[in-house]
Design a protein around this ligand. Structure first.
Ligand code: NFS
Ligand code: SF4
Length: 630
């Protein structure tokens, strides 16, 4: 194994040692086995779009073949590959969104899925043009679901933008020709235009990517969040704990992993079923201990305080503890490696979605029509596996941190109300937040998001960047695996305000919040868009005028590429801590890191050194402040 540090997490490093002793491989070992990645792939200049190829053109102009068999240049190949990454990411987020909308379509008073947040339902119904006056709540819900589905497929007109998109931003998109038509169509457009013999112009391909990505952020992901809130409630501040130490020695440990909250919500409900608790006790366990991994964890911790076992690169090590009866997954970010790995322990690896069947797993399809019964069946499987645990193989690191989570836009606004009670007329608005930014008590805000990637030491980029930003009075909002890195580092505790600069510390004390706010899963980046858009509307400016930045320090998924693209397209400068496969296309690099600023008022920055990235972010925030005269 390489000599560099693999993770800043002790729990992680201890379990990597155990994995070695147990003779099992993890992502880090496979990375070593794979040796250095192919240079053409790294630069994005390998094309496999048609069977005349694959064509690998030279990533260095003037050296070797500079065109594919069809004549595609390096820039065309790179731009097509980039667009397809965006399409993949936008499809994943938006198909998740579609599932949630469909669940509401089938929700009923006596069914397993219900409307739990009527206020949110009314808000969403109104924005989608659904009549609410004097109607039955489920009639409204079903019509709202139909209106939501319409956003995926409408053939005439454009996506119904949420009112949080400032008018100036919509004008920018219209002028540039990147206003989404509907969610599915702009993904299909990319697949069509990147087929052999279609689009062969880098700028046009990047614009298509922007359009599909905007449809993701302000469409598919936005709907996913709104409709999840309607059925499972809008998150409120709640306590939790994070890291692999949340596994328990003598409980049936079940890791909920994946993304869509429908499955995890039902399992959480089923875990309180007396019949199942009794069954667990009859097997000699103290009870059922549910913990979360990746974005399923984020969704469920935001609403129930579900304990966070860890982020993307900890999924294998949860199994290596030898103390997990079942890893239950639905879709996305599930390493196929879990199938083989779990066989080395007693762990059951249970897949539940027809969208993500995995060879070597136990497949128990989650039947939404009989969701509760389905969830019970899955949990029973885990409980009955407790007796197979081999205690000589168990090691649970004694590492966990306390955290406060649950910061939806609504709960942030209500926290802010604590300081505005005397200020009649502003309660329930973002005015206090806007005031703090305008006055300079807070210099700005940053979204720290995205995955883990074994190309960088696990969690290091997230934690270092967050610490540097809050020390500079930049309030941080986090989602996805970044939020879990922050939780494990203790940065989601209110006491973490002691790491903050004087201004941010004061705000955190007044409002009683941590300096880093967990806003949910990756589709919940829509919450960040909603918050930023609301502040921009409040101040009567465009999002690109605000001293706000975004960063994905350890990203790896196509979803992250879509996110980066919609965040930049929304007017927020975005840093990437892992170099995307675009370096072989000089024009593509120029568009992403330079020309996009003229198009949408923001651009990408690529910086692998977390310290430098955070310095650049603070610098850019100060530049923005100067530019708008605050
Ligand atoms: Ni986001 Fe969630 Fe994590 Fe990356 Fe995967 S869990 S949707 S893609 S790895 S942050
Ligand atoms: Fe080669 Fe062009 Fe086919 Fe790509 S589309 S594989 S560059 S011939």
């Amino acid at each position: 194994m390489e000599e560099k540090i693999l993770s800043i997490q002790t729990a992680q490093n201890e379990l990597l040692e155990k994995a070695k002793k147990d003779g099992v491989k993890t992502a880090w070992d496979r990375k070593v086995d794979l040796k250095a990645p192919c240079g053409f792939g790294v630069a994005g200049v390998c094309c496999r779009i048609c069977a005349m190829g694959p064509c690998r053109v030279s990533p260095v102009p003037g050296k070797g073949a500079d065109r594919g068999i069809c004549g595609a240049t390096a820039d065309v190949i790179v731009a097509r590959n980039f667009a397809r990454m965006v399409a993949g990411g936008a499809a994943a987020h938006s198909d998740h969104g579609r599932s949630i909308v469909l669940t509401l379509l089938n929700a009923s008073k006596d069914g397993d899925f219900k409307v739990k947040d009527e206020k949110k339902l009314m808000k969403v119904a109104k924005r989608l043009g659904v009549e609410t006056e004097g109607r039955d709540i489920y009639d409204i819900a079903h019509d709202t679901a139909k209106a939501g589905l319409e956003q995926f497929s409408k053939q005439i007109g454009t996506l119904t933008l949420p009112p949080t998109v400032p008018e100036k931003r919509a004008e920018v998109w219209n002028k540039l020709g990147v206003m989404p038509r509907n969610i599915d169509r702009d993904i299909v457009s990319i697949m069509h235009s990147t087929h052999i013999g279609c689009a062969a112009d880098a700028e046009s391909l990047i614009k298509m990517s922007m359009r599909a990505a905007i449809a993701d952020g302000w469409g598919g992901s936005y709907l996913a969040t709104e409709f999840s809130d309607i059925m499972f409630e809008t998150p409120k501040e709640i306590d939790t704990e994070a890291n692999l130490g949340v596994l328990q020695g003598n409980s049936v440990n079940v890791v909920l992993h994946g993304h869509e909250p429908t499955l995890s919500e039902m399992i959480i409900l089923a875990s309180e079923d007396p019949e199942l608790i009794e069954l667990a006790k009859a097997q000699g366990a103290d009870g059922i201990n549910l913990v979360g991994m990746c974005c399923t964890a984020n969704e469920a911790t935001m609403r129930h305080g579900l304990k966070l076992a860890g982020n993307f690169l900890q999924q294998e090590l949860a199994v290596v503890t030898g103390a997990v009866e079942a890893v239950v997954v639905d879709v996305q970010c599930i390493m196929p490696a879990l199938a083989q790995l779990s066989k080395n322990y007693h762990t059951k690896f249970i897949t539940t979605s027809p969208k993500a069947e995995i060879t070597g797993s136990t497949h128990i399809e989650f039947d939404e029509e009989h969701a509760y019964e389905s969830a019970k069946k899955i949990l029973k499987e885990a409980i009955m596996n407790f007796k197979n645990r081999d205690n000589s193989k168990v090691y649970i690191p004694d590492v966990k941190s306390k955290a406060v989570v649950g910061y939806s836009t609504e709960s942030i606004v209500s926290a802010l109300d604590k300081v505005t009670n005397s200020n009649i007329g502003v309660a329930g608005t973002v005015k206090p937040l806007a005031d703090c930014i305008v006055s300079g008590v807070l210099r700005g805000a940053a979204g720290v998001v995205g995955c883990n990637n074994p190309k960088t030491p696990h969690d290091n980029g997230h934690v270092e960047i967050i610490k540097n930003l809050i020390a500079n009075d930049v309030i941080v909002v986090a989602t996805g695996c970044a939020a879990q890195a922050a939780a494990k580092a203790g940065l989601l505790q209110k006491e973490a305000r002691n790491y903050a600069g004087a201004g941010l510390k004061k705000v955190c004390e007044l409002v009683d919040i941590p300096p880093v706010l967990h806003m949910g899963s990756c589709v919940d980046i829509s919450r960040i868009l909603e918050l930023v858009g609301t502040v921009a509307n409040h101040l009567g400016v465009d999002i690109s005028d605000l001293p706000v930045v975004g960063v994905a320090p350890e990203w790896m998924s196509e979803k992250a590429v879509s996110i980066g693209t919609y965040v930049v397209s929304s007017g927020i400068d975005t840093w990437l801590g892992v170099v995307p496969p675009v370096t072989g296309g000089p024009e593509v690099v120029d568009i992403l890191t330079n020309r996009m600023e003229d198009m949408v008022g923001a651009k990408f920055f690529i910086e692998t050194d977390p310290k430098k990235a955070s310095e650049q972010m603070v610098e850019r925030i100060e530049e923005k402040r100067k530019r708008i005269g605050i």
